[in-house]
Design a protein around this ligand. Structure first.
Ligand SMILES: Nc1ncnc2c1ncn2[C@@H]1O[C@H](COP(=O)(O)OP(=O)(O)OP(=O)(O)O)[C@@H](O)[C@H]1O
Length: 248
């Protein structure tokens, strides 16, 4: 069997007396698209944060491609290849979309502050930035200012910025939240079109989106995994229907 992209073993996380995650183990294969679902308060975000290093697990281990990252902080896990989207409050809204991506690329480039060269001095970065925008369906907005983007387009830009670190595993926390139904479909198609070698771990409340994107689904309930399987198996499971949809 090939090495797991993400392997979580007997992970628990308590907040005071609350056991938000209770002895969870899971394994995500390289290139797999895994969706975490579960009712409110099931522990999805806490589990996500324990894997990405935003939170330290109380007990248990997390590995990425065989490297134990349990004791590493979030920044180190990012360097090792965990990528995630952030709400873009820290972009320069007056600058163009492509210049923002170039600046983000420069952020991890040692030349970044050399003599304050204008961004045009980096043609190869412009090319890379254009590729990122192509990947998220925003090439036609490259030269518009970020301030002119719709909410949905900003989410696309967030994804381009997450991709710029060249992640091996990308974590998406409710990528379609707050989008209109048509934006949702558009965004889901874009996620589906991301490179297949990229491992994806997503939390998604929209069942249609979740089931359409997932290779496998993990259902959490009260901090425990109640079932894991392909979308058809999970959807037809009576316990899932009970806890998630409120009927068997
Ligand atoms: N920082 C915290 N301090 C105390 N309790 C917390 C903290 N974060 C989460 N919890 C509790 O842990 C449990 C799991 O919460 P979590 O946010 O992980 O669930 P979730 O499945 O992501 O829920 P939702 O779908 O509503 O976002 C809940 O009972 C929640 O109240």
């Amino acid at each position: 069997m090939s090495q797991a992209a993400i392997s979580v073993s007997s992970l628990s996380k308590s907040f005071g007396g609350i056991r938000a995650i209770d002895d969870v183990s899971l394994s995500v294969a390289p290139g797999e698209r895994r969706v975490l679902i579960g009712p409110n308060g099931a522990g999805k975000t806490t589990l996500f944060h324990c894997i990405t290093g935003t939170l330290q697990a109380t007990t248990g281990t997390v590995s990425m491609f065989g490297t134990d990252v349990t004791r590493l902080g979030e920044a180190r896990r990012t360097e090792l290849g965990m990528g995630r989207t952030f709400q873009i409050s820290n972009v320069f809204t007056d600058l163009t979309v492509i210049d923002n991506v170039i600046l983000a690329l420069l952020g991890k480039d040692r030349r970044k502050w050399v003599a304050y060269r204008p961004v045009d001095a980096y043609p190869e970065l412009r090319e890379q930035a254009a590729e990122s925008l192509e990947m998220v369906g925003l090439p036609h907005r490259a030269n518009d200012s970020v301030a002119r983007l719709s909410y949905g387009e900003r989410r696309q830009l967030e994804l381009a910025l997450a991709m710029k670190t060249g992640p091996r595993v990308l974590f998406l926390d409710e990528p379609c939240a707050g989008l209109s139904p048509s934006e949702r479909q558009h965004f889901a198609r874009m996620i589906a079109a991301l490179p297949r070698h990229l491992t994806l771990l997503m939390i998604e409340h929209d069942m249609d989106v979740a089931l359409a994107l997932a290779d496998r689904v993990t259902v959490l309930h009260r901090g425990k995994v109640i079932i894991e399987g392909d979308p058809d198996t999970v959807q037809s499971d009576s316990e899932v229907r009970e806890v998630y949809f409120g009927h068997a």
